[in-house]
Design a protein around this ligand. Structure first.
Ligand SMILES: *[C@@H]1O[C@H](CO)[C@@H](O)[C@H](O)[C@H]1NC(C)=O
Ligand SMILES: *[C@@H]1O[C@H](CO)[C@@H](O)[C@H](O)[C@H]1NC(C)=O
Ligand SMILES: *[C@@H]1O[C@H](CO)[C@@H](O)[C@H](O)[C@H]1NC(C)=O
Length: 406
């Protein structure tokens, strides 16, 4: 930004670019690379401010030359933050956030200028107007690429399933959303959406892909039922679900429109072993949040580590699309989990049923079925959820750094 290199969080769950300026003197932004004014900066008289569930950022809107890989935008609208609170930037070493979602969810108004993603997309023809994102298990197998796939992850679009971004009645995309039909548990027991979604116009719950959120988050009615069905689980006083570290569960998310697919999540992502290794309790990768306003469920890093996602901008004859390729092999990931965590002395999950794809009804055991409660859409709430999770994710941060391959 203005020739200064800064580390930012690539966040598919927000749409603004902001970095801390040299005027940021709080402990929260202590020690991170800060933007200092250059001759190419032009400041607006618009203030920028976002309040989160935990933390906040404020500053001023400006314009500066921004380069991402070989692509340069001049001028690019962004925000210079002189105040950040509760974001723990100094812990992670991040200077700000690069939002990769749609203009409709941007806090900087479109009258000020296009989002960085819109500007980047303008470099590409219809066939290449996308970015591809994979969160890996460590620093070195994560990938973000623009206009092309990362050959380390895929050489062709074979195997990807494409779903138009869910736009609801507005017909305009706000987040990278798609319908969630069911959550499968160990290949059989499943949750089916019985109640209509409260997202306007949606017959199924709506899931938001969000790299800035650590967990998969959903309505407490469903998530509580999920963990009760898994068993060997408990909810802490703080409301966080934990599970016995030896409990092996393979979870699948059934996503898409007519052509639905089940995306399998590695058992390691459902049961996080962290902190005191002697502790028999692990943190659940799926947690409750009844304040999600961007959709019904947020599919954060827990889910995203298991897929390669392409995010396609609108073309002359196609709406924005999400392409998904499952990278997790259910058998080998379960085997690794059981080798590491040892035998599960508790009885297996009770309940049976199977997921019928392609729009057929889901046939499930009564005990496995539970209605999905849905909440409405509102921007600031979504930011709040995201930052709350960002805050909680700091211990995991080293696993989530993303390197650019361009
Ligand atoms: C940030 O900038 C605003 C507007 O210029 C100012 O009111 C505020 O005091 C500044 N905050 C800090 C921490 O410097
Ligand atoms: C893509 O092609 C390259 C070169 O042939 C190869 O090294 C790489 O393994 C391929 N990637 C995948 C995911 O198959
Ligand atoms: C899930 O399925 C695997 C493979 O069949 C099994 O080993 C494991 O015990 C099951 N987990 C639970 C909690 O039932």
């Amino acid at each position: 930004i203005g020739g200064q290199e800064m580390e930012v969080i690539f966040d598919t769950g927000s749409s603004d670019l902001w970095v801390v300026s040299s005027n940021c003197t709080q402990a929260d932004c202590d020690g991170v690379a800060k933007y200092s004014q250059t001759p190419t900066l032009s400041l607006s008289n618009h203030s920028f401010s976002l309040s989160y569930l935990v933390g906040s950022v404020s500053g001023v809107v400006g314009f500066e030359t921004v380069a991402v890989g070989p692509y340069q935008i001049s001028p690019q609208v962004f925000a210079l933050a002189n105040e950040t609170r509760g974001l723990n930037l100094s812990v992670a070493g991040d200077s700000g956030i690069l939002g990769l979602s749609f203009p409709l969810s941007a806090a900087i108004p479109p009258t000020s200028g296009k989002t960085l993603l819109e500007n980047l997309f303008s470099y590409f023809d219809d066939a290449h107007r996308f970015f591809a994102f994979h969160l890996g298990g460590d620093l070195y197998d994560s990938s973000l690429s623009l206009g092309q796939l990362d050959p380390a992850l895929a050489n062709s679009t074979d195997g990807f399933t494409y779903t138009p971004v869910y736009t609801g009645r507005k017909g305009v995309p706000d987040y990278w959303k798609l319908p969630l039909h069911a959550i499968t548990l160990n290949g059989s027991a499943s949750f089916s959406s019985l109640a209509p979604s409260r997202v306007p116009g949606s017959a199924t719950p709506i899931a938001v892909l969000d790299s800035g959120t650590t967990f998969v988050l959903g309505p407490s009615a469903d998530v509580d039922a999920f963990w009760n069905l898994v068993g060997a689980s408990r909810k802490t006083d703080g409301g966080q679900w934990q599970v016995k570290c030896s409990r092996a569960v393979t979870v699948g998310f059934v996503l898409g429109n007519d052509d639905t697919r089940e995306y399998i999540v590695d058992p390691h992502d459902i049961s996080w072993k962290e902190g005191d290794a002697a502790d028999e309790w692990c943190t659940g990768g799926i947690q409750t949040n009844d304040h999600i306003n961007s959709g019904d469920w947020i599919l954060g890093d827990t889910f995203l580590r298991n897929v390669y996602v392409t995010h396609h901008g609108a073309t002359t004859n196609k709406p924005p699309l999400i392409g998904l390729l499952n990278l997790t092999d259910p058998a080998s990931s379960l085997q690794r989990f059981q080798d590491e965590r040892g035998n599960d002395p508790l009885s297996p999950i009770q309940g049976s049923g199977e997921v019928h794809r392609h729009g057929e009804r889901l046939r499930l055991s009564a005990g496995a079925i539970c209605g999905i409660v849905v909440v409405g859409a509102f921007l600031v709430g979504a930011f709040g959820v995201w930052v709350f999770q960002l805050y909680m994710s700091r211990r995991q941060r080293s696993q989530e750094k993303v390197s650019a391959v361009m």
